[in-house]
Write a protein that binds this ligand. Structure first.
Ligand SMILES: Nc1ncnc2c1ncn2[C@@H]1O[C@H](COP(=O)(O)OP(=O)(O)O)[C@@H](O)[C@H]1O
Ligand code: SF4
Ligand SMILES: [Mg+2]
Length: 404
């Protein structure tokens, strides 16, 4: 895991071999942990705050590359309360997607690994017997007993992840064409969600559910159920993806740049649809976007990420009306008027994000910060609490109230 470089700034052959050796050892250990068999008790836990649905706590997700370790997510903590929309914002490459892919356990090993931290999720899952099988409701055919339990997703063996992925937590991706299978009809793909996630589901039940979900996202099922993905427009495909996400009745929907690939009018329609769905589902939405306009419109809480870390978080009002971190303040200044134009460069704060393989010890924003003081050359700033819901990691604020 050596990150040292020789005087020319290039890695020597010897250094490259040392990195590879250290990486391989670490990857092997983490893969074995991921693929282990484990009793449920090993990944059951408690929420810190019972009002939360998801608590990401000190999450580290690294990529072990030949050049060194990319610390894509480097100690991220944020909560998703019940029935809330949490918006995550930050420049491209700051770790938004890697965080959400970690929650879904979709990080591709052996290179990519969750190395540290917890992802606590309050699931509403089947009660299981000693063999791990769902316990039926007596006298009610096809029904199973349910119970609330908290999983630490980071500690779940990968072969248990079906309990939550797609079922309790569903994801809507940026490019629906890549997430829909081109060789199956929309109906077949939607039905499959029910068939997989509802024990005892019949083909008829699945079809009825699929049609209901299509109607919910504003699609007339007759026209679309038998269609193939390529026969639909981008906006329609995104609606289908949302229908698929909803079919399993998830408690949490993760929408990663759900409107970025769509044109302006369709973007607005999809956002309206998400607003609508927010009211209909008894759950929460984690909305990832580089677009502050979308966040302002949709979110209850905002998390601002920079270079693999959370640098500020709070309610939407706190972040928009009382931003504290120079980066958050800069983002808002660089925000164009709310045109949803793809070509608009949102972030024109001068300078670059540091190289993720060789992060400095001090504040990662220092090289771009107009407000930095002598203190900023010292340690990376801790999280400072500004209000019960507002936190910032910057030396400009009083660290005596630091809550870690
Ligand atoms: N498979 C991978 N291998 C190496 N680095 C990766 C990989 N996937 C993502 N990264 C790096 O992780 C960082 C965070 O990426 P990401 O979470 O996709 O950013 P964004 O905030 O734009 O969603 C980036 O520096 C990216 O280059
Ligand atoms: S800690 Fe210093 S360099 Fe970093 S954002 Fe705050 S003022 Fe700027
Ligand atoms: Mg992304």
């Amino acid at each position: 895991m050596s990150e040292t470089k020789n005087t020319k700034g290039y890695l020597t052959g010897k250094e490259i071999r040392a990195i590879a050796k250290a990486n391989n050892k670490e990857m092997k250990r983490l893969e074995a942990y991921k693929n282990r068999k484990a009793e449920e008790s090993e990944f059951l836990t408690q929420m810190k705050n019972p009002e939360n649905l998801l608590e990401i706590d000190d999450l580290h997700t690294f990529f072990f590359t030949e050049q060194g370790v990319v610390k894509a997510v480097n100690g991220v903590s944020y909560d998703v309360p019940k029935n809330a929309v949490v918006g995550v914002v930050g420049e491209s490459g700051c770790g938004k997607s890697v965080t959400s892919m970690s929650v879904m356990r979709l990080i591709q090993g052996p290179t990519g690994q969750i190395t540290e931290g917890s992802i606590r999720f309050k699931a509403y899952d089947y009660k299981r017997d000693e063999k791990g099988e769902p316990v039926p409701v007596e006298g009610a055919e096809g029904q199973f007993q349910m119970e609330e339990k908290v999983y630490d997703i980071a500690k779940m063996p990968i072969n248990e992840i079906h309990r939550i992925r797609g079922k309790q937590i569903a994801m809507i991706f940026q490019e629906p064409m890549t997430s829909l299978n081109p060789i199956f009809t929309i109906g077949e793909q939607l039905d499959e969600v029910t068939m997989i996630h509802v024990p005892g589901a019949t083909k008829e039940m699945a079809k009825a559910k699929s049609e209901e979900m299509l109607r919910l996202v504003g699609i007339i099922p007759e026209n679309v159920y038998k269609a193939f993905p390529h026969e639909l427009s981008g906006g329609m495909r995104q609606r289908v993806m949302i229908a698929m996400a909803l079919a399993a009745e998830p408690r949490l929907i993760i929408a990663d740049e759900p409107t970025t690939a769509l044109d302006v009018t369709i973007q607005a329609q999809i956002l309206d649809l998400l607003q609508d769905i927010k009211k209909k589902i008894d759950g929460s939405i984690l909305l990832i976007t580089h677009d502050l306009g979308v966040i302002a419109e949709m979110a209850d809480y905002v998390v601002v990420m920079y270079a693999g870390k959370v640098i500020e978080k709070g309610t939407v009002l706190e972040i928009f009306q009382d931003p504290r971190h120079p980066y958050t303040i800069g983002l808002q200044k660089s925000k164009p008027t709310m045109t949803l134009d793809d070509s608009t460069e949102l972030y024109n704060i001068p300078g670059n994000v540091p190289n993720p393989i060789n992060m400095p010890d001090h504040c990662y924003f220092k090289e771009r910060c107009a407000k930095c003081t002598a203190k900023c050359s010292g340690e990376y700033p801790g999280m400072v609490q500004v209000s019960p819901t507002h936190f910032v990691a910057c030396h400009l604020y009083n660290e005596e109230k630091d809550n870690g």
